[in-house]
Design a protein around this ligand. Structure first.
Ligand code: GLA
Length: 362
């Protein structure tokens, strides 16, 4: 009798199984992203949506990267120390892998970065005898490096952060004087870098990139720099606002004012390194668990900022997140070593966060 009952039920069970009912319960990590809209598609009529990726995340976060982004930036793989660790020894493998992933998926690539005071090996600033390099030697090295790197990716990297962080902070002077580029070459190192990059790829869009770029004091100096470069006929096409922000700072109004100010020079504006920390600026305390209330506030910040970006889509030509998901972010160590942060729009299990829904539902 029991056996007969089983056979009667069998077709029903089979149909239920075919419909997916007997699949093991989905774990959060294996959630099907099918019903989640692709971020870049939502922004198709606005601007490309990018992510900074690295040699690990192009594997571990591949699914997320391929689904949601149509622009990639190498987090470290195109920096001077990665590409030319010792004189004349160029190592392109890791950068190439990122460019290849982008090309396979029809994505754009932003090149980051050619001239920066940080993550540049010490040898660059010394001569063969170990003495400080002369202006001529350093300019020669700069030209060689830029020409080699930009030519290699000509037609494949559409935009370069040519010079990163050359302007002094807040109330300090005009240009950052603790940069060896500045100390050895002088202030015209910036113009030279843009000219070399333009010679190597006349089609590439060339950006000046910096943090605190919406801060009134610093944005005034960045504006001055860009204006001077343009007046000298230097090929600069855009300004990168890094966007390492937090749940309190900066206000949407401040961001919009800076965008308009830079755009008034006829430049494109891109948000190049966006992430929004759940910790207010200079708060060094450590949260032990995921702060739901702060994540709501963060979502609201993302909403208002993307509203500004969309409203200015005629000049905002790209928005790139500095990372893919909260399980791998440089903010975990900044400014407090080992402190966990949750600054992106996908969580540690690669699921969309409240912030994601706030920027796709408009
Ligand atoms: C700056 C640089 C980036 C990255 C971040 C921190 O913003 O431009 O390349 O190093 O700092 O990770």
């Amino acid at each position: 009798m029991r056996k007969r009952f089983f056979y009667l039920l069998l077709p029903v069970v089979m149909i239920w199984c075919i419909a997916g009912g007997c699949q093991p319960a989905e774990t959060s990590a294996s959630l099907d992203h099918g019903e989640v809209p692709a971020l870049y598609e939502v922004y198709q009529d606005y601007f490309p949506i990018g992510a900074a990726v690295n040699s690990w995340t192009i594997k571990s976060h591949k699914e997320l990267i391929e689904k949601h982004f149509n622009s990639l930036t190498a987090e470290n793989e195109m920096k001077f120390e990665s590409i030319q660790p010792s004189p004349g020894r160029y190592t392109f493998d890791r950068a190439d892998a990122i460019v290849e992933l982008a090309e396979k998926n029809g994505m754009l690539v932003r090149g980051h970065t050619l001239v920066w005071h940080s993550q540049t090996p010490a040898w660059v600033f010394r001569d063969e005898e170990g003495r400080p390099a002369s202006r001529e030697l350093l300019l020669k090295r700069m030209e060689e490096h830029i020409t080699t790197v930009v030519s290699r990716y000509r037609g494949r990297v559409y935009a370069w952060d040519v010079v990163n962080e050359a302007v002094a902070d807040g109330q300090g002077g005009y240009l950052r004087t603790d940069s060896p580029w500045y100390r050895i070459i002088g202030p015209d190192y910036i113009a030279h870098a843009f000219i070399f990059a333009h010679q190597a790829d006349p089609e590439a869009k060339l950006f000046y990139n910096d943090y605190s770029a919406v801060d009134p004091a610093k944005s005034g100096k960045i504006y001055r720099l860009l204006k001077e470069l343009l007046e000298q006929g230097v090929p600069v096409h855009g300004v990168g606002i890094q966007g390492h922000w937090d749940i309190d700072y900066p206000s949407a109004r401040q961001v919009e004012a800076a965008i308009k100010k830079y755009a008034s020079l006829g430049l494109e504006v891109q948000i190049t390194e966006l992430d929004i920390s759940v910790y207010p600026w200079q708060d060094r305390r450590r949260l032990q668990s995921k702060p739901e209330n702060r994540l709501e506030k963060q979502a609201e910040r993302y909403r208002e900022l993307f509203e500004v970006f969309r409203r200015n889509k005629d000049v905002v030509t790209g928005v790139t997140f500095w990372g893919v998901a909260d399980d791998r972010t440089w903010k975990d160590n900044f400014p407090v070593r080992g402190r966990k942060d949750w600054p992106l729009v996908f969580d540690e299990e690669h699921r969309p966060k409240a912030a994601f829904w706030k920027i796709v539902d408009f």
